[in-house]
Design a protein around this ligand. Sequence first.
Ligand code: SF4
Length: 90
Amino acid sequence: MNVREVTANPRNRCYRCLLEEIDPASYERDIKRVLNMMSPGEKVQDHIYEMRLDTCRACEYLNNGTCTACGCFVELRAAVHSSRCPYKNW
Ligand code: SF4
């Protein structure tokens, strides 16, 4: 199962978008669950993933794990080989 298949399944969609209501442990667990479901060919190498996350950490658009420029969960977007930062920071 790839990320598109995961997000296309209505049962995998998030209907609770207020971050203050999300249990941080649950959020982290869900991110890791989706990362683990991605195929190796779909993901970037670890050092590229960390470089992308470092860039997001320093970015003014990062807010609680979400990119406010595009609305993505950066820990997922940064892992996908074909994904790009909306402002071309990576
Ligand atoms: S994806 Fe780009 S714009 Fe969004 S937080 Fe990361 S560096 Fe910033």
